[in-house]
Design a protein around this ligand. Structure first.
Ligand SMILES: Nc1ncnc2c1ncn2[C@@H]1O[C@H](COP(=O)(O)OP(=O)(O)O)[C@@H](O)[C@H]1O
Ligand SMILES: [Mg+2]
Length: 167
């Protein structure tokens, strides 16, 4: 059976708007949420993750997990699992038992997720972040599965009302 797919594209003009998007998605999240991030170095994957973590109530500093691969944080709403799989081979990633996190009690964000696509849960929110100038970014969002497709619907509705100066 083919999965339901949703799509949305959100442009932000600065880091503050990235924070707002991360807060919005954090508000939709629950235990088991999977957000798969891709985009060049410096696109804003870690920055997005940091605002997301803050929004689910993680206290203290969330560093880039480039060297630690996986970091686990206690959040107020739920735990936060932050991964950066850039340095992993598929074999290494496979041995880490990522499913314990993906199907655990927290929300997971994976940076460079497409490198381990075969290991990701089939239902998830994929986000590709692109530069639009110095501080602007475009978030190209694909929701796979009914729940995440509905997130895209919500994002599109919010995006459509974005130019009316309400922020
Ligand atoms: N709109 C924006 N959203 C996210 N980051 C931004 C934005 N504008 C500027 N930046 C800066 O871009 C850099 C992104 O770095 P980082 O989040 O580490 O990227 P990545 O994890 O994708 O390699 C940070 O220095 C951040 O302050
Ligand atoms: Mg990063």
């Amino acid at each position: 059976m083919s999965k339901q797919i949703g799509q949305a594209a959100i442009s932000v003009k600065d880091e503050r708007e990235t924070a707002k998007l991360a807060e919005l998605l954090a508000g939709m999240s629950s235990p088991g949420t999977i957000i798969a991030l891709d985009g060049d170095l410096g696109a804003g994957k870690t920055t997005f993750s940091q605002y997301f973590a803050k929004a689910i109530g993680v206290n203290g500093v969330v560093n880039s997990p480039t060297f630690t691969i996986i970091k686990e944080y206690e959040g107020a709403a739920m735990p936060f699992y932050h991964m950066d799989v850039y340095r992993l081979s598929m074999e290494e990633a496979d041995e880490l038992g990522l499913d314990d996190y993906f199907y655990g009690n927290g929300a997971t964000i994976v940076e460079w997720a497409s490198l381990i696509e075969e290991l990701l849960p089939p239902e998830r929110l994929d986000i590709y972040i692109e530069h639009e100038g110095e501080a602007g970014r475009r978030f190209r969002v694909t929701g796979i599965g009914e729940l995440y497709a509905s997130w895209c619907t919500a994002l599109n509705e919010i995006g459509a009302g974005k130019n009316d100066d309400r922020n």
